[in-house]
Each structure stands twice: as structure tokens, then as C-alpha cells.
Unconditional design. Sequence first.
Length: 691
Amino acid sequence: MILRSAPSVFLAALLACAAEKPARPAASAAPPAAARGVDLAAMDPAVKPGDDFYDYANGAYMRTAEIPPDRSSTGAFLRVEEAVEARNRAIVEDAARGLAPPGSDARKIGDLYASYMDEAGIEAKGLDPLRPTLARIAALPDARALAAELGGTVRADVDIFNCTNLYTSRPLGVFVEQDLDEPSRNTVYLVQGGLGLPDRDYYLDATPRLAGIRAQYRAHLEKVLALAGMPDAGGRAERVLAFETRLARTHGSREDAGDVQKGNHPWTRAELEQRAPGMDWDAFLRAAALDRQPRFNAWQPGALAGLAALVRDEPLATWKDYLAVRALERAAPLLAKAFVDEAFAFHGTVLNGTPQLRPRWKRGLDVVDGAVGDAVGRLYVQRHFPPEAKADIEGMVREIRAAFARRIDAIDWMAPATRARAKEKLAALQIGVGHPDRWVDYAGLEIARGDLLGDVERADLFEYRRQLAKLGRPPDRGEWCMLPHTVNAVNLPVRNALEFPAGILEPPFYDRAATAAANYAAIGSTIGHEVSHAFDDQGALFDARGKLENWWTPADLARFQEAGQRLAAQFDAYRPFPDAAVNGKLTLSENIADLAGLAAAYDGWRASLGSAAPPRVGGLDPAQQFFVAYAQSWQTKTREEALRLQLQTDGHAPARYRVQAVRNLDPWYAAFAVQPGQALYLAPAERVRVW
Ligand SMILES: [Zn+2]
């Protein structure tokens, strides 16, 4: 349950070449002075706050901002990401000089980055780095070997409820995390995967737009197969698309995947064999190093059964074509230019509308992050995150946690028993600021300069084994899912913990030179957002230890869910395009967190004020500054294709509508004298109060 998805979550995981990161040159990396607190120049005073609050706060920015050609969007987050990226470039380039001792983290960072930057070396090798994999797939003799191939290539590449990555291009994803029913142990979650397009709707939805994308996808697969020198590329592409369509039919929806009550299916090993027949599970599990696991959590039982049935029913030749395509697509960003360009043309441009591939050094940073990101984060924190900033933000965290406790006390309808459990959970919430206390030990990972694909494959395997090593050990609540230099924040519901990485603790989200109103509005609302996830429609299902347990009285739960339904209806009514609306149910957890987080941040800010009156800024009184700074922290301009992809698959509503959470807060009406008849006006009884 993260604050925001990267513009393309699935691409970030799948294709470093198309993963979205900021694009400005390093020279402009420092946030502009106007971004401190409230940016008056970004506003449009001609717009009435009660008619369109987002445009009132950001109208001038929206008119002038240009999306860089290698990006699908731009805005406040990207400005911070650019600053962080420039710092990381210095870190990896220092490391790539090769002066660090062999085997050290700095040497691994530098060698991997140097491998990625060696374009001539990569070009000279062509498809060679992938040939052993393609040969192995082509030689698979029977269904048992196929099961072993599938098992041997699973990786820990999904994350159901921490950093929330529900996409994997492999037919199954593995996620190791605390057991939902027994918080003292870790368990293995098996997650659906294997589609080349973002999710099942892209295969099954009959609308002309998605049908058009499918046609372009088929053409893309044909080009990839032809580049690899496979005969009958057109016929193979057709068969792979048909196969993936059958796989998509077995998949659960994106909405259900994010619903812990629909996902939690603990199966014994025997149940796995009975309920998902057709796969040689013995061969699969042995190859996956999971053969000694007594139980699994089948997140989408239908997809697991469907996959096993396809292993039984589909011709081996079809499986071979399909696995070759998936291997080619996964490796493409690390291969010669023709593969990179074709991958970007489809995954970057067709799916996200991004016209231009990002510069190579930026993609290189993503590759390094994906393999040894914690080592980069450790150096980042040493250089760029002073202990004073950590202490300052921990003070804001205390205010906001206290404000949230007061809001729980103030809910008049809540039974004492529910209230006590909520406060117990709030008190137990573990809040990490900046970075974890312990770092990943990369001693067992071999990075060989010049062997790019091999390095990335070894890093993926290293991470898989690191995750499997948690099995049989109690969960570690101090472990982080985000990198310290990530510009984002997260709530980990099963660990009852929050992470605020050093990367987001930068202007305009946090700035020691800005007013308290602006800091509480920007980073404070983010802190409140993540605290609130502990109590949103999904988070409220977990107790203080992270056990999936209903701690609500039935009447309280009904009241809470009714408020959620009203908020979902509010968001269902937002239509960015005539033919596409926000999905209120898909985005409900995030919208509850935005609303409750903003309210708690506002309360925490008021409580933090001493007797001195806070200053006016550019004609705005302190409450107006608070709400404008909040709206500006969501400043975003997005290409149409990417916005449509977000509406379809992202648990977060577009930024403009996240800002409109203000409609539900009484102090916003007072601050801007919002009147009945204005577009955003809600009568007091229609305003949703969740917490
Ligand atoms: Zn969130």
C-alpha cells in the first residue's frame, strides 16, 4: 500500500529500458526556490477554489509544464526524483571507477553499472547472452521437464501488500511474507503471472482501444521473434497471443488481487496437488527450492489451477514458443540496441504514450537499484540524509500519530471495544524514517564486469534465495520493502509498520526552510496517509500484530463500510475522459488514506502551532497555505495513454482527484468560503468522514 505507483509499475519490474524515471538533465536537479512551501507562480487565481481546487492551486503550472519526451508524466514527484537521481549518478559513477576493493558493495555497484554502460560490448554480443536459455527451452523433452523449467525460473518478483507489485511476466510469482493467520511465521504466497500485457482486461476486453493494443502487441511479438532469428515469427506470435489469452481467462481481476479477504487461501502441499492438477508439482517445487514447504498461500486459486491445466493441455511446442517470448521480453532491455528499441516502442510508447527512450545512464541506475539497491541506499544515506532531518520528521510523526488518536476518540458512533483495538494498533505501529537500521548483506552475490545479463540473473536468484531464507524464521518487522532513496512512502499492513524513505524527505515534500503549514500539508499528509492505511478498508482487517482478524463490532464495521461506499461513489463520478471514469472501488483504500491522512495532518499542524500566529504568504492565510501546499504536492501532468493505463490498473486515482479529497473537510470550506452551487461543494451531510 504505497503512496503512489510509479507511472508504470509493471514496466519498472519488467523492463529497465522502459521503466519510468525523471528525465531532466542533472544541472537542473535542485528543486527551484519557488517550490519551498507554497508556489504562488503555479497558481491560477482566475479559477475559484470551490469550482476546481486542483486548477486553482496548479492552473499556471498545468498551462506551462511540458512532459519530457522520455516520460509519460511530469510533476512534483519527478522534480524530487530528478534531484535524487543526480545524486545516485554521482554515487554509481564514483563506484564505476573500479577503485573499491573486489567483493565490496561499492565494487559490485560500479562493475554492474559499467557493464550496463558498455554499449559496444553489449552490441558485439548480440543475442549470445540469452542463447543458453533459449536452447534450454527449445530442448525441453516433456511435461515433467516443463514443470521443472517453470519452477526453476520463479523469482521473488511480486509483492502483494507491502510495496504492491502484482505483476510478473513469469507464470507464477513468489512472495515471502508474514502469514496472514499466524503472525509468528513467514509463508510463501503464490501469485498469478505470465502475461505480456499489463492484465487480463488487455486480452479480454472488446473495446476498440484494447483491441487495437492487442493487434500492436501481436506485431511486436512477431518483431521480437524475428530479431531472435526464429523461423515463422508471425505464426509463433499468433500462437503465443492465443496462449496468453487462454492464460488471461484463468486470471483473477486486478481489483480482487488487492483484496486480502479474496486472496487468502492457505493450501497444504497435498491441496496444491489436488486443487491444481495437471502440473508435476513435485518437479516444479524441487526446481523452485520449495519442496520442503508444508503449506502455500494460493493468492488466486483459479489462476493456479488454470496454469496447471494449461501445462497438461497445451502442446509442448506452444509452451516453448511462449517461454522463448517471455525470456526474450525479459532480457530485451539488457541486450543489443535493436531489442531495446523494439521493447520500448511497444511497452514505452504504445502502452504508456512515451515517445522517447530515457538516456542510458538513467536506465543504468534502475538496473543497479534492481540488483544491489540497498547498497546504493546505504551510500545515499551517508551522503545526503542528515540525522537532524530524521529527528525533525520523527517529531512530525509524533504529532500526527497523536492527532490520529484524538480523531479515534472523537468518533461518536464507535463502540468502546473497537476504539480500544484501534488505539492498540496505532500505538504498536512501527514507523521507519529515512532508512532501515540493518542493511542487506550482498556478500554471496557475484557481479562480473562485462556479463550484464548474467549479473542481473544472478542478482534475481540471490534475491529469491534471500527471500526463501526467511522461511522457518520469525518475521522481521524492521526489514524495509523500499530503498532508502525511493521517492515514495509505504504502509506494511502485516508488519503494522510504515516506511518514509530519505528520498521523499526532500522539497517540496519536506523542507526545513518552508512554513509548518506547507510541511504538514505535504509530507505531513503523506505520513497521515500511511498511518491511515492501517485503518483503511484493507488495513482495518489486520490487528496490531498484523493478523488478518476482524476486530470490529458488526455495527461499527457496517458504519465504516458505508462511509467507504459513499467515498467510492464520489470517485466513481469523476470522468477524466468521456469514455473512462475513475474506479471508486479499485481506488478506495488509497482514497480513504488520502482523506483520513489529510485530516490528521491538518489536526497535527494545528496542534503543533505555539502561541505565535503563523505568517501569511503571498496573501494566503495559514489555512489557505496548508490546502494549496497539499494540492501542489500532487502537481502532475500525464500523457493520455498513461492516464488511461492508470485508470485501468492503478489502485491510486489520478492526482487531480486525490486533491479533491479536500471537499470532505470542513476547514477547507471555511478557508476558501466555498459556497453551495460551486462545482466541488458538498452539503455537510454529504461530506464523507471515515476517521
Ligand atoms: Zn497509499
